[in-house]
Design a protein around this ligand. Structure first.
Ligand code: BJ8
Length: 424
Protein backbone atom coordinates (compact mmCIF):
# COMPACT_ATOMS: atom_id res chain seq x y z
CA UNK A 1 0.00 0.00 0.00
CA UNK A 2 1.46 3.36 -0.98
CA UNK A 3 1.72 6.23 1.50
CA UNK A 4 2.31 9.99 1.11
CA UNK A 5 5.82 9.42 2.42
CA UNK A 6 7.02 6.84 -0.12
CA UNK A 7 8.95 9.38 -2.19
CA UNK A 8 10.67 10.72 0.93
CA UNK A 9 11.62 7.23 2.10
CA UNK A 10 12.89 6.36 -1.35
CA UNK A 11 15.03 9.49 -1.37
CA UNK A 12 16.42 8.40 1.98
CA UNK A 13 17.40 5.12 0.33
CA UNK A 14 15.23 2.93 2.57
CA UNK A 15 14.45 -0.61 1.53
CA UNK A 16 10.80 0.19 0.83
CA UNK A 17 9.44 -3.35 1.01
CA UNK A 18 11.25 -4.28 4.21
CA UNK A 19 10.31 -0.90 5.70
CA UNK A 20 6.62 -1.38 4.87
CA UNK A 21 6.79 -4.79 6.57
CA UNK A 22 8.36 -3.21 9.67
CA UNK A 23 5.66 -0.53 9.91
CA UNK A 24 2.95 -3.14 9.55
CA UNK A 25 4.37 -5.22 12.40
CA UNK A 26 4.87 -2.11 14.52
CA UNK A 27 1.27 -1.01 13.95
CA UNK A 28 -0.10 -4.39 14.94
CA UNK A 29 2.15 -4.59 17.99
CA UNK A 30 1.12 -1.09 19.05
CA UNK A 31 -2.55 -1.89 18.66
CA UNK A 32 -2.22 -5.02 20.81
CA UNK A 33 -0.10 -3.47 23.53
CA UNK A 34 -1.27 0.12 23.67
CA UNK A 35 -4.60 0.74 22.01
CA UNK A 36 -6.15 -2.26 23.71
CA UNK A 37 -5.72 -0.69 27.17
CA UNK A 38 -8.85 0.47 28.93
CA UNK A 39 -9.22 3.73 30.83
CA UNK A 40 -6.49 5.52 28.90
CA UNK A 41 -6.08 9.25 29.31
CA UNK A 42 -7.32 11.53 26.54
CA UNK A 43 -3.89 13.18 26.41
CA UNK A 44 -2.36 9.89 25.24
CA UNK A 45 -3.90 10.57 21.84
CA UNK A 46 -1.03 12.95 21.19
CA UNK A 47 1.46 10.15 21.84
CA UNK A 48 -0.54 7.74 19.67
CA UNK A 49 -0.41 10.27 16.88
CA UNK A 50 3.33 10.93 17.22
CA UNK A 51 4.04 7.21 17.24
CA UNK A 52 1.80 6.59 14.23
CA UNK A 53 3.82 9.24 12.39
CA UNK A 54 7.20 8.16 13.73
CA UNK A 55 8.65 7.50 10.28
CA UNK A 56 6.30 9.93 8.54
CA UNK A 57 5.55 13.41 9.79
CA UNK A 58 8.51 13.62 12.17
CA UNK A 59 10.91 12.60 9.40
CA UNK A 60 9.28 15.15 7.10
CA UNK A 61 9.84 17.80 9.78
CA UNK A 62 13.50 16.81 9.97
CA UNK A 63 13.85 16.88 6.19
CA UNK A 64 12.17 20.31 6.00
CA UNK A 65 14.49 21.60 8.74
CA UNK A 66 17.48 20.21 6.86
CA UNK A 67 16.31 22.00 3.71
CA UNK A 68 16.42 25.21 5.77
CA UNK A 69 20.03 24.46 6.69
CA UNK A 70 19.54 22.77 10.08
CA UNK A 71 21.64 19.74 10.96
CA UNK A 72 20.37 16.55 12.57
CA UNK A 73 22.48 14.75 15.14
CA UNK A 74 21.60 11.21 16.22
CA UNK A 75 22.57 9.64 19.53
CA UNK A 76 22.37 6.31 21.35
CA UNK A 77 23.14 7.36 24.89
CA UNK A 78 21.94 9.88 27.46
CA UNK A 79 25.52 11.03 27.91
CA UNK A 80 25.43 13.18 24.78
CA UNK A 81 24.63 16.75 25.93
CA UNK A 82 21.65 17.83 23.85
CA UNK A 83 22.05 21.36 25.23
CA UNK A 84 25.11 21.89 23.02
CA UNK A 85 23.35 20.64 19.90
CA UNK A 86 20.34 22.87 20.47
CA UNK A 87 22.52 25.88 21.31
CA UNK A 88 24.25 25.40 17.94
CA UNK A 89 20.87 25.41 16.19
CA UNK A 90 20.88 21.65 15.56
CA UNK A 91 18.25 18.99 16.21
CA UNK A 92 19.12 15.98 18.34
CA UNK A 93 17.26 12.71 17.96
CA UNK A 94 17.64 9.57 19.99
CA UNK A 95 18.09 6.62 17.64
CA UNK A 96 15.89 3.96 19.13
CA UNK A 97 17.43 0.50 18.55
CA UNK A 98 14.58 -1.43 20.15
CA UNK A 99 13.51 -3.85 17.40
CA UNK A 100 14.73 -7.16 16.08
CA UNK A 101 14.36 -6.28 12.39
CA UNK A 102 17.81 -6.21 10.82
CA UNK A 103 19.20 -8.80 13.24
CA UNK A 104 20.31 -11.15 10.45
CA UNK A 105 22.24 -8.38 8.74
CA UNK A 106 23.80 -7.34 12.05
CA UNK A 107 24.91 -10.87 12.84
CA UNK A 108 26.94 -10.91 9.63
CA UNK A 109 29.23 -8.23 11.03
CA UNK A 110 28.86 -8.69 14.80
CA UNK A 111 29.20 -11.72 17.08
CA UNK A 112 25.86 -13.34 17.87
CA UNK A 113 26.49 -12.87 21.57
CA UNK A 114 26.13 -9.10 21.27
CA UNK A 115 23.29 -7.33 23.08
CA UNK A 116 20.06 -6.78 21.14
CA UNK A 117 20.33 -3.00 21.34
CA UNK A 118 23.65 -2.96 19.52
CA UNK A 119 22.50 -5.50 16.94
CA UNK A 120 19.41 -3.40 16.40
CA UNK A 121 21.15 -0.16 15.49
CA UNK A 122 23.70 -1.89 13.30
CA UNK A 123 20.99 -4.03 11.70
CA UNK A 124 18.71 -1.07 11.04
CA UNK A 125 21.50 0.71 9.22
CA UNK A 126 22.64 -2.29 7.20
CA UNK A 127 19.06 -3.20 6.28
CA UNK A 128 18.16 0.41 5.38
CA UNK A 129 15.15 0.46 7.70
CA UNK A 130 15.53 3.63 9.75
CA UNK A 131 14.75 7.06 8.26
CA UNK A 132 16.13 8.71 11.41
CA UNK A 133 19.60 7.25 10.88
CA UNK A 134 19.40 8.22 7.22
CA UNK A 135 18.47 11.79 8.19
CA UNK A 136 21.50 12.26 10.45
CA UNK A 137 24.34 14.57 9.52
CA UNK A 138 26.28 13.07 12.41
CA UNK A 139 25.74 10.02 14.61
CA UNK A 140 27.31 10.32 18.03
CA UNK A 141 28.59 7.19 19.69
CA UNK A 142 30.23 6.87 23.07
CA UNK A 143 32.70 4.64 24.86
CA UNK A 144 30.31 3.28 27.46
CA UNK A 145 30.23 -0.52 27.21
CA UNK A 146 32.75 -2.47 25.13
CA UNK A 147 30.07 -3.75 22.76
CA UNK A 148 28.91 -0.27 21.75
CA UNK A 149 32.43 1.08 21.62
CA UNK A 150 33.56 -1.56 19.13
CA UNK A 151 30.28 -1.58 17.18
CA UNK A 152 30.72 2.11 16.35
CA UNK A 153 33.88 1.16 14.47
CA UNK A 154 31.75 -1.03 12.23
CA UNK A 155 28.91 1.48 12.09
CA UNK A 156 31.33 4.20 10.98
CA UNK A 157 31.89 2.35 7.70
CA UNK A 158 28.28 3.15 6.87
CA UNK A 159 27.44 6.48 8.56
CA UNK A 160 29.20 9.68 9.71
CA UNK A 161 30.12 8.70 13.26
CA UNK A 162 31.73 10.73 16.03
CA UNK A 163 32.62 9.01 19.31
CA UNK A 164 32.71 10.71 22.72
CA UNK A 165 34.93 9.21 25.34
CA UNK A 166 33.00 8.61 28.56
CA UNK A 167 34.97 8.22 31.79
CA UNK A 168 34.64 4.91 33.60
CA UNK A 169 35.21 6.31 37.09
CA UNK A 170 34.27 9.51 38.90
CA UNK A 171 37.51 10.91 40.30
CA UNK A 172 38.70 14.46 39.62
CA UNK A 173 40.90 13.27 36.73
CA UNK A 174 37.80 11.64 35.19
CA UNK A 175 35.94 14.93 35.41
CA UNK A 176 38.85 16.58 33.60
CA UNK A 177 38.63 13.96 30.88
CA UNK A 178 34.88 14.51 30.59
CA UNK A 179 35.37 18.29 30.47
CA UNK A 180 37.80 17.87 27.57
CA UNK A 181 35.31 15.60 25.80
CA UNK A 182 32.44 18.05 26.24
CA UNK A 183 34.60 20.83 24.78
CA UNK A 184 35.68 18.59 21.91
CA UNK A 185 32.03 17.75 21.24
CA UNK A 186 31.09 21.44 21.30
CA UNK A 187 33.75 22.11 18.64
CA UNK A 188 32.46 19.28 16.49
CA UNK A 189 28.85 20.39 16.80
CA UNK A 190 29.84 23.93 15.86
CA UNK A 191 31.72 22.60 12.87
CA UNK A 192 28.82 20.42 11.68
CA UNK A 193 26.14 23.06 12.17
CA UNK A 194 28.27 26.01 11.09
CA UNK A 195 27.02 27.92 14.16
CA UNK A 196 28.83 29.04 17.31
CA UNK A 197 27.54 28.09 20.73
CA UNK A 198 27.19 31.37 22.60
CA UNK A 199 26.42 31.79 26.32
CA UNK A 200 22.88 33.19 25.74
CA UNK A 201 22.05 30.36 23.35
CA UNK A 202 23.44 27.78 25.69
CA UNK A 203 21.47 29.21 28.61
CA UNK A 204 18.29 29.02 26.54
CA UNK A 205 19.05 25.43 25.50
CA UNK A 206 19.72 24.41 29.10
CA UNK A 207 16.33 25.79 30.10
CA UNK A 208 14.59 24.05 27.23
CA UNK A 209 16.04 20.62 28.01
CA UNK A 210 15.46 21.18 31.73
CA UNK A 211 11.82 22.03 30.98
CA UNK A 212 11.40 18.65 29.32
CA UNK A 213 13.04 16.98 32.33
CA UNK A 214 10.82 18.98 34.70
CA UNK A 215 7.60 17.92 33.01
CA UNK A 216 8.70 14.27 33.08
CA UNK A 217 9.55 14.66 36.76
CA UNK A 218 6.05 16.01 37.29
CA UNK A 219 4.65 13.02 35.44
CA UNK A 220 6.64 10.66 37.66
CA UNK A 221 5.42 12.36 40.82
CA UNK A 222 1.80 12.15 39.67
CA UNK A 223 1.94 8.52 38.59
CA UNK A 224 3.17 7.54 42.05
CA UNK A 225 -0.36 8.10 43.42
CA UNK A 226 -2.54 5.26 44.57
CA UNK A 227 -4.59 4.18 42.71
CA UNK A 228 -2.07 4.55 39.88
CA UNK A 229 -3.49 7.04 37.34
CA UNK A 230 -1.55 5.98 34.22
CA UNK A 231 -0.12 2.66 33.06
CA UNK A 232 3.62 2.03 33.13
CA UNK A 233 3.42 1.19 29.44
CA UNK A 234 2.11 4.65 28.67
CA UNK A 235 4.79 6.36 30.75
CA UNK A 236 7.48 4.31 29.03
CA UNK A 237 6.08 5.39 25.66
CA UNK A 238 6.15 9.04 26.75
CA UNK A 239 9.78 8.70 27.78
CA UNK A 240 10.63 6.97 24.50
CA UNK A 241 8.94 9.64 22.39
CA UNK A 242 10.71 12.37 24.36
CA UNK A 243 13.91 11.33 22.61
CA UNK A 244 12.80 12.21 19.12
CA UNK A 245 9.84 14.59 19.29
CA UNK A 246 10.30 18.35 19.06
CA UNK A 247 11.21 19.26 22.67
CA UNK A 248 8.99 22.35 22.99
CA UNK A 249 5.91 20.67 21.53
CA UNK A 250 6.53 17.53 23.56
CA UNK A 251 6.83 19.47 26.83
CA UNK A 252 3.62 21.41 26.16
CA UNK A 253 1.67 18.24 25.43
CA UNK A 254 3.00 16.33 28.43
CA UNK A 255 2.19 19.32 30.62
CA UNK A 256 -1.45 19.08 29.44
CA UNK A 257 -1.43 15.35 30.03
CA UNK A 258 -0.13 15.95 33.56
CA UNK A 259 -3.01 18.38 34.19
CA UNK A 260 -5.39 15.61 33.17
CA UNK A 261 -3.61 13.10 35.43
CA UNK A 262 -3.73 15.58 38.29
CA UNK A 263 -7.50 15.70 37.87
CA UNK A 264 -7.63 11.93 38.01
CA UNK A 265 -5.49 11.81 41.13
CA UNK A 266 -7.67 14.44 42.87
CA UNK A 267 -10.75 12.42 42.00
CA UNK A 268 -9.09 9.29 43.41
CA UNK A 269 -9.39 7.54 40.05
CA UNK A 270 -6.88 5.04 38.75
CA UNK A 271 -6.11 3.05 35.66
CA UNK A 272 -6.12 0.00 37.93
CA UNK A 273 -7.48 -0.57 41.43
CA UNK A 274 -5.58 0.65 44.48
CA UNK A 275 -4.96 -2.98 45.44
CA UNK A 276 -2.86 -3.72 42.33
CA UNK A 277 0.76 -4.72 43.14
CA UNK A 278 3.16 -1.88 42.33
CA UNK A 279 6.39 -2.77 40.56
CA UNK A 280 9.42 -0.83 39.46
CA UNK A 281 11.65 -1.73 36.52
CA UNK A 282 15.38 -1.21 36.76
CA UNK A 283 18.24 -1.79 34.35
CA UNK A 284 18.89 -1.58 30.62
CA UNK A 285 17.08 0.99 28.51
CA UNK A 286 13.91 -0.04 26.65
CA UNK A 287 13.97 1.67 23.28
CA UNK A 288 10.99 1.89 20.90
CA UNK A 289 9.33 -0.59 20.24
CA UNK A 290 10.68 -2.70 23.08
CA UNK A 291 7.46 -2.98 25.10
CA UNK A 292 7.64 -6.71 25.76
CA UNK A 293 8.36 -6.80 29.48
CA UNK A 294 6.07 -3.89 30.47
CA UNK A 295 3.26 -5.59 28.59
CA UNK A 296 3.94 -8.90 30.33
CA UNK A 297 4.09 -7.24 33.75
CA UNK A 298 0.90 -5.27 33.27
CA UNK A 299 -0.98 -8.26 31.96
CA UNK A 300 0.14 -10.29 34.97
CA UNK A 301 -1.92 -8.36 37.50
CA UNK A 302 0.69 -5.72 38.43
CA UNK A 303 1.27 -2.10 37.47
CA UNK A 304 4.60 -0.40 36.78
CA UNK A 305 5.15 2.79 38.73
CA UNK A 306 8.75 3.63 37.84
CA UNK A 307 11.60 2.91 35.42
CA UNK A 308 15.11 3.18 36.82
CA UNK A 309 16.64 3.32 33.38
CA UNK A 310 17.98 5.73 30.77
CA UNK A 311 14.56 5.70 29.15
CA UNK A 312 13.17 6.66 32.51
CA UNK A 313 14.48 8.42 35.60
CA UNK A 314 18.20 8.25 34.81
CA UNK A 315 17.57 10.65 31.96
CA UNK A 316 15.49 13.15 33.91
CA UNK A 317 16.45 12.93 37.57
CA UNK A 318 19.11 15.65 37.48
CA UNK A 319 18.71 19.12 36.02
CA UNK A 320 21.53 21.29 34.72
CA UNK A 321 22.10 24.22 37.09
CA UNK A 322 20.56 27.24 35.38
CA UNK A 323 22.19 29.94 37.50
CA UNK A 324 25.38 30.36 35.45
CA UNK A 325 25.97 33.38 33.23
CA UNK A 326 29.30 32.92 31.53
CA UNK A 327 30.15 30.23 29.00
CA UNK A 328 32.50 28.64 31.50
CA UNK A 329 29.85 28.48 34.23
CA UNK A 330 27.28 27.03 31.85
CA UNK A 331 29.69 24.42 30.51
CA UNK A 332 30.68 23.44 34.05
CA UNK A 333 27.01 23.03 34.95
CA UNK A 334 26.57 20.69 31.98
CA UNK A 335 29.73 18.74 32.81
CA UNK A 336 28.65 18.27 36.44
CA UNK A 337 25.11 17.23 35.57
CA UNK A 338 26.19 14.57 33.11
CA UNK A 339 28.86 13.25 35.48
CA UNK A 340 26.04 12.32 37.86
CA UNK A 341 24.65 9.71 35.43
CA UNK A 342 24.82 6.37 37.23
CA UNK A 343 25.19 4.03 34.24
CA UNK A 344 26.45 0.52 35.03
CA UNK A 345 29.47 1.27 32.83
CA UNK A 346 30.97 3.14 35.82
CA UNK A 347 33.02 1.52 38.51
CA UNK A 348 32.29 1.70 41.34
CA UNK A 349 28.68 2.68 40.85
CA UNK A 350 27.35 2.73 44.38
CA UNK A 351 25.16 5.77 43.78
CA UNK A 352 23.00 3.64 41.50
CA UNK A 353 22.26 1.27 44.39
CA UNK A 354 21.35 4.22 46.62
CA UNK A 355 19.16 5.72 43.89
CA UNK A 356 17.34 2.44 43.26
CA UNK A 357 16.56 1.85 46.93
CA UNK A 358 15.43 5.45 47.40
CA UNK A 359 13.25 5.30 44.31
CA UNK A 360 11.69 1.98 45.32
CA UNK A 361 10.89 3.37 48.78
CA UNK A 362 9.56 6.68 47.47
CA UNK A 363 7.29 4.85 45.03
CA UNK A 364 6.19 2.43 47.72
CA UNK A 365 6.73 -0.56 45.45
CA UNK A 366 6.03 -4.16 46.31
CA UNK A 367 8.98 -5.34 44.26
CA UNK A 368 11.54 -4.54 41.58
CA UNK A 369 12.18 -6.32 38.30
CA UNK A 370 15.76 -5.96 37.17
CA UNK A 371 15.86 -5.99 33.40
CA UNK A 372 19.03 -6.92 31.56
CA UNK A 373 19.46 -7.40 27.84
CA UNK A 374 21.14 -10.74 27.17
CA UNK A 375 24.92 -10.34 26.81
CA UNK A 376 24.94 -6.95 28.57
CA UNK A 377 27.67 -7.53 31.12
CA UNK A 378 27.60 -4.18 32.95
CA UNK A 379 23.94 -4.51 33.93
CA UNK A 380 24.01 -8.30 34.40
CA UNK A 381 26.89 -8.06 36.84
CA UNK A 382 25.44 -5.08 38.61
CA UNK A 383 22.13 -6.93 39.04
CA UNK A 384 23.74 -8.90 41.89
CA UNK A 385 24.61 -5.71 43.74
CA UNK A 386 21.16 -4.29 43.10
CA UNK A 387 19.56 -7.41 44.53
CA UNK A 388 21.78 -7.21 47.62
CA UNK A 389 20.95 -3.54 48.19
CA UNK A 390 17.23 -4.19 47.76
CA UNK A 391 17.34 -7.23 50.03
CA UNK A 392 18.91 -5.10 52.75
CA UNK A 393 15.92 -2.77 52.34
CA UNK A 394 13.52 -5.75 52.42
CA UNK A 395 12.40 -5.16 48.84
CA UNK A 396 12.07 -8.32 46.70
CA UNK A 397 13.66 -8.39 43.27
CA UNK A 398 13.27 -10.57 40.20
CA UNK A 399 16.14 -10.58 37.72
CA UNK A 400 15.24 -11.03 34.07
CA UNK A 401 17.51 -11.32 31.07
CA UNK A 402 15.99 -11.30 27.64
CA UNK A 403 16.30 -9.86 24.14
CA UNK A 404 13.88 -8.51 21.54
CA UNK A 405 12.53 -11.85 20.34
CA UNK A 406 9.06 -13.03 21.31
CA UNK A 407 10.12 -16.63 21.86
CA UNK A 408 10.37 -16.36 25.63
CA UNK A 409 7.11 -14.45 26.25
CA UNK A 410 5.31 -17.37 27.86
CA UNK A 411 8.29 -18.30 30.00
CA UNK A 412 8.72 -14.69 31.17
CA UNK A 413 5.02 -14.42 31.90
CA UNK A 414 5.19 -17.49 34.14
CA UNK A 415 8.13 -16.02 36.06
CA UNK A 416 6.56 -12.58 36.42
CA UNK A 417 3.22 -14.04 37.55
CA UNK A 418 4.98 -16.17 40.16
CA UNK A 419 6.87 -13.10 41.39
CA UNK A 420 3.71 -11.01 41.60
CA UNK A 421 1.97 -13.77 43.53
CA UNK A 422 4.91 -14.08 45.90
CA UNK A 423 5.17 -10.39 46.76
CA UNK A 424 1.52 -9.63 47.23
S1 BJ8 B 1 24.14 5.80 30.00
S2 BJ8 B 1 22.69 2.54 30.00
S3 BJ8 B 1 22.15 4.80 27.31
S4 BJ8 B 1 25.36 3.30 27.87
S5 BJ8 B 1 22.39 -2.84 26.99
S6 BJ8 B 1 24.56 -1.28 24.65
S7 BJ8 B 1 25.27 -1.12 28.19
S8 BJ8 B 1 25.63 -4.15 26.36
S9 BJ8 B 1 22.65 1.03 26.64
FE1 BJ8 B 1 23.20 2.81 27.87
FE2 BJ8 B 1 24.27 5.23 27.87
FE3 BJ8 B 1 24.63 3.61 29.93
FE4 BJ8 B 1 22.30 4.68 29.51
FE5 BJ8 B 1 25.99 -1.95 26.21
FE6 BJ8 B 1 24.38 -3.15 27.92
FE7 BJ8 B 1 23.85 -3.27 25.35
FE8 BJ8 B 1 23.63 -0.94 26.68
Amino acid sequence: MSTPYDAMWEKLNLDLDAHAGLLQVLGKFYGDIYLSQSGRLKGMEYLDFVLSEVHGLRIKELQDAKARGKKVIGTFCVFVPEELVLAAGGIQVGLCAGAEAGKDAAEKVLPRNTCALIKSFVGFKLSRLCPFIESCDLVVGETTCDGKKKAYEIFSDHAPVYVMEIPQMKNSCDRELWRAEVLRFKDRVEQVTGNSVTAPKLREAIRLVNDRRRVLQRLNRLRAASPVPISGRDVLLINQIGFYDDPVRFTENIEKLCDEIEGRVKAGEGVVSGETPRLMLSGCPMAVPNWKLPYIVESSGAVIVGEESCIGTRNIRDLVDESGESMDELLNAIIDRYMRIDCACFTPNTERMDNIVKMARDLNVNGVIHYGLSFCQPYAIEAFKVEKALKAASIPMLSIETDYSMEDVEQLKTRVEAFVEMIY
